[in-house]
Ligand binder design. Structure first.
Ligand code: HEM
Length: 193
């Protein structure tokens, strides 16, 4: 019963993207629902887009790294069916939370004819010419993905915490900065008995 640690690069990408993702979600939420108090001149909207758009670049690095450095095996305490569910869940996080969600924001700004200034450094080229007739659909797609992925990322975090505190199987530890790649993490479940 052992699981191995992720590589330092995989961990750095995971936690950097997690921090950006959570900050982007909170900024997007505040930009819309606290518009009058916190976002009267669209500063939060501009910051949301400037930060969230970096995910479009980081996800390319992350997919390239994942394809060339497979994730460590899950411990044998997890059934083959649950391993498949975990694999599909991770695939969905990559495809929807890290790729489709920022892409939908890019599409929304493109059809609105609004710029996206990546980290305030350069402008992303628009995906399409401004198109008023697609504005509502692009907005609905982004908002739906934002809330759906908010629930999914929360579920991902809760499952990771359950592995750590209830199952004690070392899965979360394998993604924490202190663990070393290639070191074996043994399940401590039942060790108290
Ligand atoms: C290229 C990337 C992105 C762009 C261009 C973008 C663009 C936008 C825009 C224009 C708004 C409306 C803000 C306003 O009306 O003031 C918005 C809202 C929002 N965005 Fe993004 N976004 C991007 C990525 C993301 C990501 C990665 C997340 C999640 C981590 C996210 C979560 C949200 C949320 C939660 C809202 C509020 C939704 C609501 O109305 O309920 N966005 N986004």
């Amino acid at each position: 019963m052992s699981a191995h640690s992720y590589t330092p690069t995989a961990k750095a990408l995971h936690w950097l993207m997690a921090a950006i993702w959570i900050a982007a979600w909170i900024l997007g939420f505040c930009a819309v629902y606290l518009r009058e108090t916190l976002n009267p001149h669209h500063g939060l909207t501009i910051t949301h887009k400037a930060l969230a758009s970096t995910l479009l670049f980081l996800i390319v690095l992350r997919i390239a790294w994942r394809l060339t450095h497979p994730a460590p095996a899950l411990p044998d305490t997890i059934s083959p069916a649950m391993k498949r569910v975990a694999g599909l869940g991770h695939l969905a996080l990559y495809a929807l939370a890290l790729l489709a969600l920022p892409m939908s924001g890019w599409l929304w700004s493109s059809v609105a004819g609004k710029p996206i200034l990546v980290l305030g450094l350069f402008t992303l080229p628009p995906l399409t010419a401004p198109a008023k007739e697609w504005y509502d659909s692009a907005k609905l797609l982004h908002v739906t993905l934002a809330w759906g992925m908010g629930a999914m990322v929360l579920g991902h975090a809760l499952v990771a915490l359950k592995h750590h505190f209830v199952d004690r199987d070392g899965i979360l530890r394998g993604m924490l900065p202190a663990s070393r790649p290639g070191t074996s993490v043994t399940s401590t479940r039942g060790a108290e008995a």
